[in-house]
Design a protein around this ligand. Structure first.
Ligand code: ARG
Length: 458
């Protein structure tokens, strides 16, 4: 018999039960649901809405239901649709009709909003921790590579050399913004919706602030219609998760490229790679590939949730039950990726010599030759033209800038002196970028200090 069966003349069609039930996924919220109910019934008791005796029985009953669920001893069934009705039914089975007083002054609509918020704030805190671990691993690689020079790219064409530490720190600062975004989202997640009832509030003399304090919320939702209607805090989480996934995916793409024979810049530890069923020589960077691939499902959940909500009139609509699976899957997906990422980065072998050899075999010091000429009095446009000619000459000759003799240099620009050879060395080129935020060693040391400060605060 349904808990809401009074108005009905016959049982629901079996297919309807199956189609509308959410218990197979929202059972994940069992713990949060019971936690919320405990706070609710304590408030009912405190406000004299339910007698002490009854409230105490309900508290005990909820605790034993929680125990049974935890130990797999409770049957959560489709007939009771979702976690809220299942828990209430189990409670009534446990302590009898007095269990029916739990739902006084409450609706599943404010209850489910509460459960979602309780769940999500835990997830957010966990993801912040996992992101911080990834930042730590990037910090370690950066510290170990303040002397490692590799080509920096634009358009995936070699552009100017950079320090590998600089490259690692770029991601560290991206993940810092992700941490800050998640932290900030807690302001909006951590508001208590109970008391909204189904949509209009409740006639009982409840104390919402008491419930909020019991459950460590920062305050209560201001408007009952808003409290049960919106899931913007879920959308925001999915958006934050999408940005994190995008950042992870870009780093993954670089790791995949860098692992190839063509780049040969890193080697991932064997523990983070897999082999081929056919080709014995293969060592594939499956982990970064899969993290990159899973970005799609996270973006999908964001788009899905936005689309589900876009046409809904106030207040609660059953459509909103679709808010859960995407949220759960996103949490799971990020948890999996981030947990692998920190050890994968930390154990990654950086092929310093190979990076350096790449820098020696490119024209990524051409800007510095132009800057040199500008320093000697040419306009930048003139020096750009002259250096373009020199590079073209080198390409025809199969040479790089540092292979030219002083006389060859002078035949293009008489202003060039013997100090050019030092000025064009990879070390000099990198270190010339002293300005704050640049790739020069001083600036990178400064960034490392800023990063370590951030990590101490996170
Ligand atoms: N299972 C529902 C959900 O997740 C709970 C709220 C149901 N409320 C209702 N009036 N049917 O959205």
């Amino acid at each position: 018999m349904k808990l809401w069966g009074g108005r009905f003349t016959k049982p629901a069609n079996q297919l309807v039960d199956e189609y509308t039930a959410s218990i197979h996924f929202d059972k994940k919220l069992a713990h949060h649901d019971i936690k919320g109910s405990l706070a609710h019934v304590r408030m009912l008791k405190k406000c004299g809405i339910v007698t002490e005796n009854d409230a105490d029985m309900i508290v005990d009953g909820l605790q034993s239901v929680a125990n049974k669920i935890e130990h797999g001893e409770a049957e959560l069934i489709e007939e009771h649709e979702d976690i809220h009705m299942n828990v209430e039914k189990l409670l009534i089975d446990e302590i009898g009709p007095v269990g029916g007083k739990l739902h006084t002054g409450r609706s599943r609509n404010d209850q489910v909003a509460l459960d979602m918020r309780l769940y999500l704030r835990e997830v957010v805190l966990e993801l912040v921790q996992l992101l911080t671990d990834v930042q730590e691993s990037l910090y370690k690689q950066a510290t170990a590579n303040v002397d490692t020079i590799l080509p920096g790219y634009t358009h995936l064409q070699r552009a100017q050399p950079v320090l590998f530490a600089h490259h690692m720190l770029a991601y560290l600062f991206m993940f810092q913004r992700d941490v800050e975004r998640l932290d900030d989202s807690l302001k909006r997640i951590n508001k208590m919706p109970l008391g909204a009832g189904a949509l209009a509030g409740t006639t009982f003399p409840i104390d919402r602030e008491y419930v909020a304090r019991e459950l460590d919320f920062d305050g209560v939702c201001e408007n009952s219609l808003d409290a049960v209607s919106d899931r913007d805090f879920v959308v925001e989480f999915l958006a934050d998760a999408s940005i994190i996934s995008m950042h992870l995916s870009r780093l993954c793409e670089e790791m995949v490229q860098w692992s190839s024979a063509e780049f040969n810049f890193i080697e991932l530890d064997d523990a983070f790679c897999t082999g081929s069923s056919m080709m014995p020589q293969k060592k594939n960077p499956d982990v970064p590939e899969l993290v990159r691939g899973k970005t799609g499902r996270v973006y999908g959940h964001l788009t899905g949730m936005l689309t589900t909500l876009k046409g809904l009139p106030l207040a609660y609509n059953k459509d909103m039950q679709e808010d859960k699976e995407g949220m759960f899957d996103t949490a799971e997906t990020l948890r999996g990726a981030l947990a692998l990422f920190a050890p994968m980065i930390e154990t990654m072998h950086v092929k310093k010599e190979s990076m350096y050899a790449a820098v020696r075999q490119d024209y990524s010091n051409a800007t510095d030759l132009a800057d040199y000429l500008t320093g000697k009095g040419m306009t930048f446009r003139e020096s750009h033209e002259a250096v373009g000619n020199i590079v073209l000459h080198c390409i025809h000759q199969g040479k790089y800038l540092l292979d030219l003799s002083l006389n060859e240099f002078k035949s293009f620009a008489s202003l060039i002196e013997a100090d050019i050879f030092e000025a064009l060395s990879p070390e000099a080129v990198v270190n010339a970028r002293k300005a704050n935020g640049g790739t020069g060693k001083e600036s990178v040391r400064n960034q490392l200090e800023q990063a370590s400060e951030l990590l101490r605060e996170n």
